[in-house]
Write a protein that binds this ligand. Structure first.
Ligand code: GTP
Ligand code: MG
Length: 241
């Protein structure tokens, strides 16, 4: 059974489009079902892992600010949220990408009127002197681009226990160790300020446990520590101003 990640971005929340967008994605229209849902205050680490492929690009800093809700809720940090969904069903990724439409809202309006992103907008990015140095695409929604992105993204935003056991499609395993995260480092015992990621008996994504096993031995892992940790730090820390 195929799964895909959908994010309702801060501009959609700000414009009260959540209900409208979700109705377009409903089982009646798509044949897809919810497997997971959560309201997320997006911290910088999660934002940077989600958009890791765009690191270094001119629009990257504004993309991070955007997904963190800092642009649309500049003076209202408590309203900074994204709604994350896992949808499940045949051709889940393809169906969701079709309803979203092209990345660029202007292209979306020209070529796919009626798609979600045709309701988005493009905003100029200015430097400190006010000179326009590029633009930002406020396109309301994210949907995984392909199967491997869907797996990476679902495992980044969701813990296995956020998804009903009968709907989990990626392998899980019972963890046997204590893992903590502090100041960007993995630790095996608690220190003040350390956050417990996993305790013995917890159910985790198997690929996360394989990565933690490598990282604790000082080996290179296919998954960054931040990508393992991010899902356990969602909605934990107070607001970043
Ligand atoms: P997502 O569902 O958000 O991942 O969009 P996508 O898969 O259609 O596009 P992609 O992953 O390539 O880009 C991620 C986000 O970066 C987009 O939603 C845009 O907001 C932004 N972006 C991508 N390409 C450009 C670009 O060329 N210029 C600008 N300004 N923003 C871009
Ligand atoms: Mg993408």
């Amino acid at each position: 059974m195929e799964q895909t990640l959908v994010l309702i971005k801060p501009d959609a929340l700000k414009n009260s489009l959540t209900g409208y967008v979700l109705s377009l994605l409903s089982e009646f229209h798509t044949g897809l079902r919810f497997a997971g849902a959560k309201i997320v205050h997006v911290n910088r680490m999660l934002a940077e892992e989600h958009y890791a492929e765009h690191r270094g690009k001119i629009f990257y800093p504004s993309l991070i600010e955007y997904i963190m809700g800092r642009l649309h809720y500049h003076d209202e940090p408590r309203k900074r949220r994204v709604i994350a969904f896992v949808y499940q069903g045949t051709d889940a990724t393809k169906k969701m990408r079709e309803i979203c439409g092209p990345t660029n809202p202007h292209v979306a309006r020209d070529t796919r009127p009626g798609c979600v992103r045709s309701l988005g907008t493009i905003v100029p990015i200015k430097d400190a002197e006010g000179k326009i140095i590029g633009d930002r695409m406020d396109n309301l929604i994210h949907a995984s681009a392909n199967d491997s992105d869907a797996e990476r993204e679902i495992k980044l935003w969701f813990r296995p226990t956020d998804i009903p056991p009968s709907m989990r499609v990626y392998a899980t395993e019972e963890n046997e160790d204590y893992y903590y995260f502090k100041d960007g480092r993995l630790m095996l015992s608690h220190e003040p300020g350390g956050r417990c990621l996993l305790a013995p008996g917890d159910i985790a994504w198997r690929t996360d446990l394989e990565a933690l096993g490598k990282l604790r031995r000082g080996e290179e892992a296919p998954v960054a520590l931040e990508a393992v940790a991010a899902k356990y730090l969602i909605n934990v820390h107070p607001e970043e101003e």
